[in-house]
Write a protein that binds this ligand. Structure first.
Ligand SMILES: Nc1ncnc2c1ncn2[C@@H]1O[C@H](COP(=O)(O)OP(=O)(O)OP(=O)(O)O)[C@@H](O)[C@H]1O
Length: 343
């Protein structure tokens, strides 16, 4: 047995319960700022998927979840520990040995540059030092594949804690927009929306901005008595996901008629739509007249969850389709299974 930096012990070392079918297993990992999910499936699943077997029919041997694995958000030590922990747990739950892992596909938010891929590759190689195939991609790539049954063509928009728009042409060109983080203007992200809402509360308290329902609604959710307590609350822990978790309060405030919240959401919708449009234009996905059909995969808590009066995802699609009538919006049902189609 070996103990890794998080103190986790990789149990079942060398004594597989052989829940796989003899061909080994594949790990598929979807890493975000709020959570990281890892599944373990038989390696033969990749072959079935390539043959277009329904993703739902693939037997998932085990599934494990952990916290944030975006190292821009929590730092390298914590992100590495999360990846180690979630993979150790999925292997433990599947009752297999690490030695039967044939390939690992990690789709992690925060992977923006070849140096990010290299860094994560070194972490994983340290855990699986033999001939295991390792694929590391931005989570947008996996999200795209999950919506199109593995075909990398079209555009994908993710808006969770962060946001990013990514596009692929059939001849292999790629482009992206946004996804640069909260300092660099990702105003359509969960963090961006919540940061604007917190700012509006402070502005109203100071008398620099209009009064807003956001004040009472946010204080209530956070269990605070006064807006000036927000200063201590934000300094106490500046993790992006903690701030971004306030988006549902912004949505319900807008649904209750608050103009400040409504304005924030409208601005964020435009930012998200503009990111997608920038990608579409750069890759000419809509053809010369902007009307050619192509898939637009929509993923992430900010776009998926709110299905009531104020539906951010629906508004974003409406904005984009004004200019690109050929978009075919897809909300993937199955996200993780299809990561494996890269293999
Ligand atoms: N009902 C809702 N309406 C709007 N937003 C919501 C709702 N429920 C959750 N969210 C937001 O979804 C976000 C989390 O989404 P998700 O879990 O997809 O992100 P993540 O994986 O942490 O982020 P990333 O993909 O950027 O790493 C948070 O900002 C949260 O506030």
């Amino acid at each position: 047995m070996k103990t890794y930096s998080n103190g986790e012990i990789w149990a079942f070392e060398g004594k597989s319960r052989a829940t796989d079918d003899g061909a080994g297993v594949i790990l598929g990992l979807d890493g975000g700022a709020t959570s990281t999910v890892c599944v373990c499936v038989p390696a033969s699943a990749a072959i079935h998927l390539a043959g277009e077997t329904a993703a739902e029919s693939v037997k998932v041997l085990a599934r494990a979840t952990a916290g944030c694995s975006n190292y821009n958000s929590v730092g390298e030590v914590a992100a590495k520990e999360t990846l180690e922990k979630v993979m150790a747990e999925v292997i433990y739950k599947a009752g297999i040995s690490r030695s039967v892992v044939r390939a690992i596909c990690l789709a992690v938010s925060g992977v923006n540059h070849p140096s990010d891929q290299q860094k994560i590759l070194e972490w994983i190689r340290d855990l699986f030092p033999w001939n295991v195939k390792i694929f590391i991609e931005n989570d947008a790539v996996a999200a795209m594949a999950s919506g199109t049954m593995g075909k990398l063509h079209g555009c994908v928009l993710i808006a969770g804690t962060g946001c990013i728009a990514y596009g692929f042409t059939e001849d292999g060109r790629q482009a992206r927009a946004a996804g640069a983080g909260p300092i660099l203007g990702d105003w359509g992200s969960g963090y961006g929306i919540a940061a604007q809402a917190l700012t509006a509360v402070i502005r109203a308290y100071d008398g620099r901005g209009p009064q807003t329902l956001l004040t009472n609604n946010i204080l209530k959710v956070l269990g605070l008595a006064s807006p000036d307590e927000l200063i201590g609350w934000t300094y106490a822990d500046q993790s992006w996901a903690r701030i971004a978790a306030l988006v549902p309060v912004v949505v319900t405030s807008a649904e209750d008629g608050d103009e400040v919240a409504d304005k924030i959401l409208r601005f964020s919708v435009k930012e998200l739509a503009d990111s997608v449009k920038a990608v579409i234009q750069r890759l000419k996905l809509g053809g010369e007249d902007g009307k050619s059909p192509f898939p637009l995969v929509i993923v992430g808590g900010v776009l998926e969850a709110n299905k009531k009066k104020w539906n951010i995802g629906k508004e974003v699609i409406k904005h984009i389709s004004n200019d690109f009538s050929g978009i075919h919006p897809i909300h993937p049902e199955v996200r993780l299974h299809l990561i494996l189609q890269f293999l």
